[in-house]
Design a protein around this ligand. Structure first.
Ligand code: UDP
Ligand code: MG
Length: 330
């Protein structure tokens, strides 16, 4: 039995030795283990630190991407390279407490295929992070058919079978948090209190958060398109009635005063709605465009010698895990 740990790292040179040590400390069971760090195109010495860690400890591996592809793609790279019977992903900054690892593995051994964690709100997180995160999950739940639980980030364990599903999915910009909900399987939630970032600053800039949110909404729902159509219908109904009213005033009364206010307001209002609807359609069209190019989600520039090349897409790893009888191979 083998446990893989995947850790995406973007400019995390100061955190890596500590996080590697804490993870290993908490993985003491009788199983093989591998730690796979994914250097997501860092500009600091992350890659150099990873090379050193690997030379000191053959259980520590790394995959370096050719540029910054973003957290979700880095996670995907790690999942592709992982060879374990289950794969746990966590952040490189110690905000995801490694002390939880034995508990996650315990639930997996009991037969759960996905063990995900939920962050309990905590004062250590900035007000901004908490409120943007809550707004995001609120929006996702009102717009999409899949239900999202607030605070469920990317600290989770997935069974090899689920990892194969992720690996074989053709989505170029996979929104992993949504996808993991969508796939189903037996799941278990574990709550945790996040720690403060060990060193350094957050690597999730506002720009990256907005991109993630847009990706999340457009990957899992066409409801914004329905809403756009609905808004369009309501506004044009109003506009038509007003046009009839204006015609009536013009033809049958003497009150036809040149009213620039109403003209201006209606033109701006309709113009605004049109732009919004066009924008929503543009977002979806853009996603189709990205998907149709079928570019790989990430490119690898270097790995350590000890990592096997991942099997091609479409292949399924035989299930050999001696777990509870609930689990049947798909
Ligand atoms: N990360 C990454 N690529 C990016 C941004 C972030 O691999 O473009 C990694 C980062 O190194 C960390 C994890 O994703 O391990 C979560 O990022 P961070 O802690 O900065 O986000 P926050 O906890 O503030 O949401
Ligand atoms: Mg963090």
């Amino acid at each position: 039995m083998k446990i893989s740990i995947v850790i995406p790292a973007y400019n995390e040179e100061e955190n890596l030795p500590e996080v590697a040590a804490r993870i290993k400390e908490n993985l003491t069971g009788r199983y093989e283990r591998e730690l796979i760090f994914v250097d997501d195109g860092s500009r600091d010495d992350t890659q150099q630190v990873l090379r050193e860690l690997h030379s000191q400890d053959p259980e520590i591996h790394y995959v370096a991407l050719s540029r910054n592809f973003g957290h979700q793609s880095a996670l995907r790279a790690g999942l592709d390279y992982a060879t374990g019977d289950c794969i746990i992903s966590l952040d490189a900054d110690m905000q995801h407490p490694p002390q939880l690892l034995p508990e996650l593995i315990g639930h997996w051994l009991a037969g759960y295929d996905i063990v995900y964690t939920q962050r309990e709100d905590d004062e250590k997180l900035s007000w901004f992070k908490r409120s943007t995160s809550n707004a995001f999950y609120g929006l996702m739940n009102s717009l999409s058919s899949v239900s999202f639980e607030p605070g469920t980030a990317d600290y989770r364990l997935i069974d090899r079978r689920v990892a194969d599903v992720v690996r074989n999915s053709p989505d170029v910009e996979l929104f992993l948090r949504g996808f993991i909900h969508w796939v189903g399987f037996r799941r278990k939630k574990v709550a945790y209190t996040p720690a403060a970032r060990f060193r350094g600053k957050t690597k999730y800039t506002l720009h990256k958060m907005v991109k993630l949110a847009l990706n999340g909404v457009t990957s899992f729902s066409v409801r914004p398109l329905h809403l756009a159509t609905l808004a369009g219908a309501v506004v044009s109904a109003l506009a038509f009635s007003y046009a009839f009213y204006a015609l009536y005033i013009l033809l049958f009364t003497d009150d036809a005063v040149p009213g620039w206010t109403s003209t201006l307001v209606s033109v701006l209002f309709i113009g605004g709605i049109q732009l919004l609807v066009l924008g929503i359609m543009g977002e979806y069209l853009g996603r189709l465009f990205v998907q149709s190019k079928q570019r790989p989600p990430y490119l690898v520039s270097e790995t350590d010698g000890g990592l096997p090349v991942p099997p091609p897409r479409g292949s399924v790893t035989p299930d050999t895990t001696p777990r509870s009888p609930h689990s049947t191979p798909i």
